[in-house]
Ligand binder design. Structure first.
Ligand code: ADP
Length: 198
């Protein structure tokens, strides 16, 4: 039942502007999208470390803290995938309002779901990074052994094998983890968002 017509959100005294005076940073959502094994988690962790070392408050949302907790009731049907992204985006929206720099590390293979995320947090707060790496290279890395399982038919609808990855149309930035070191990719992202978070 949709009761939103009976909801009247309060204007809170302590709002995003006032929190910003204390935190002294501008929030942004850095949305990492790419194949399994492309390097999203590795880059997200190193980027968070760099932000921390430079005095920025951030929070990383990834499969571990989302699929195991908030979204543990969701599977991989089209509806569930959409709901997964909607919840991640709404949590990100709250964290942005709280003043944090949010990093998300999800494959997010469909343009539609990335567009949904962008519209929920508003375009000016959204920074899409395409973590590019060929399927061949990701499969060679096979960090979690998932490609092997997908090839053996043990996992269905695996992105890059029997489910598509739609290359982002207009990412804010592309990092190429096949040809860059982790440090190079992280430095590129940090440099690209430096103006936005100050
Ligand atoms: P994902 O989170 O996208 O599934 P992971 O970060 O778990 O990917 O795994 C990526 C693997 O690729 C790691 O073993 C990492 O060390 C390696 N790798 C090599 N070069 C890079 C790079 N430039 N950026 C990120 N990861 C890289």
């Amino acid at each position: 039942m949709n009761t939103s017509e009976n909801l009247f959100p309060h204007d809170h005294y302590v709002n995003a502007e006032r929190r910003k005076e204390i935190i002294d940073q501008k929030p942004v959502l850095i949305w990492l999208s790419g194949l399994s094994g492309s390097g999203k988690s590795t880059i997200a962790n190193e980027l968070e470390k760099k932000l921390y070392e430079n005095g920025y408050l951030s929070y990383l949302l990834d499969g571990d803290n989302i699929r195991i907790g908030l979204n543990k009731d969701l599977g991989f049907t089209d509806d569930d995938r959409k709901e997964n992204i909607r919840r991640i985006s709404e949590v990100s929206r709250l964290m942005l309002d709280a003043g944090l720099i949010v990093i998300t590390a999800f494959i997010s293979p469909f343009e539609e779901e990335r567009e949904l995320a962008k519209s929920l947090v508003k375009e000016e707060n959204y920074f899409l990074v395409h973590v590019h790496c060929s399927v061949e290279k990701c499969e060679e890395r096979d960090v979690k052994g998932l490609y092997k399982k997908a090839r053996a038919g043990e996992i269905k609808n695996f992105t890059g094998i029997d489910s598509p990855y739609e290359i982002p149309n207009e990412p804010n930035l592309i990092v190429d983890t096949e040809n860059e070191t982790v440090k190079e990719s992280v430095d590129k992202i940090f440099l690209a968002i430096a103006d936005k978070i100050k």
